[in-house]
Ligand binder design. Sequence first.
Ligand code: NAP
Length: 307
Amino acid sequence: MERQYDLIIIGAGPAGMSASIYGSRAGLKTAMLEMGAPGGKLIKTAEISNWPGIKGTDGAQLASDMFEHSTAFGSEYLYGNVVSVADGGEWKTVLCDDGTSYQAKAVIVATGTQERMLNIDGEEANIGRGVSYCAVCDGAFFKDREVVVIGGGNSALEEAKYLTQFASRVHIVIRRDVFRADQIIQDSIKDNEKIHVIKKHKPLRILDDGQRVTGIVLQDIESNAEMTIECSGIFPYIGQDPATDFLKNLSVLDDNGYMIVDENCETACKGIYGAGDVIHKRLRQVVTATSDGAIAAQHAFHQIKGL
Ligand code: NAP
């Protein structure tokens, strides 16, 4: 049986939760559909120091505060793994993998991005056995052990710093000789004695003893020489891909799978919006995600009410 709403928000990260606040506060019958825990990437982030008004907090706390706020004005929070969105004109249909479907006058997609895999030997087989994409979730398992972080972006450096609380040594492997991360984040790790940076190397294969990770083989980008680092944990942080497979039937994605939206966060399909990391844009931050969510929900409200 289909359930009807004014506004369905897919994804309960910062963008979705912000949209939920704006939609429900405006009086729209609103629901947020989420397949995991609310918070999105926030719950995997150790430290947030660029959320205006709060100099420093941890991601889980901010996620919890936002979630409480996002359901405070009557928005429903529903479990759902969305497999498709169909544009039927005035009513859109959102279908979940268990066969449940919802109808809404407006849909805001705020599904964010998912971590990119290294796609090297030994990676998939060792997920949960030493390979992890979430330092905040798994870092404590590596107390007094050596770990390797792959990547030189903001995520890699922030999570490498977080891992130094537990690990005896954190090797950061980058394929160029410069980081991609913001200078302030680079500065925050440069005097950390536990951090060891290996430049101009790429990961080749992950080693294990049949039970757990024992090391990683790296290759020198210039000479092709191989070296092995013995370690218990590998944390790939090599970027993200948008979580938009379920939108492939709509013409709303760019070549990389990000949603193309206008200044109202609306796609070429009237009433279908994108907000947060999932849209084509330059600055992916909590603050820009919440801003997108507000813009999308406010425009959806205007459209539904014919204002
Ligand atoms: P990112 O900025 O795209 O950085 C990815 C890193 O992984 C780069 O150093 C890249 O190397 C490297 N890399 C990519 N593919 C690789 C491969 N196959 N093998 C080895 N290394 C590889 O990704 P991110 O750090 O996940 O950040 C994603 C977005 O979120 C960014 O816009 C970022 O600014 C934002 N973010 C912001 C904050 C913050 O403001 N506090 C925190 C986290 C994330 P190259 O540099 O050589 O390409």
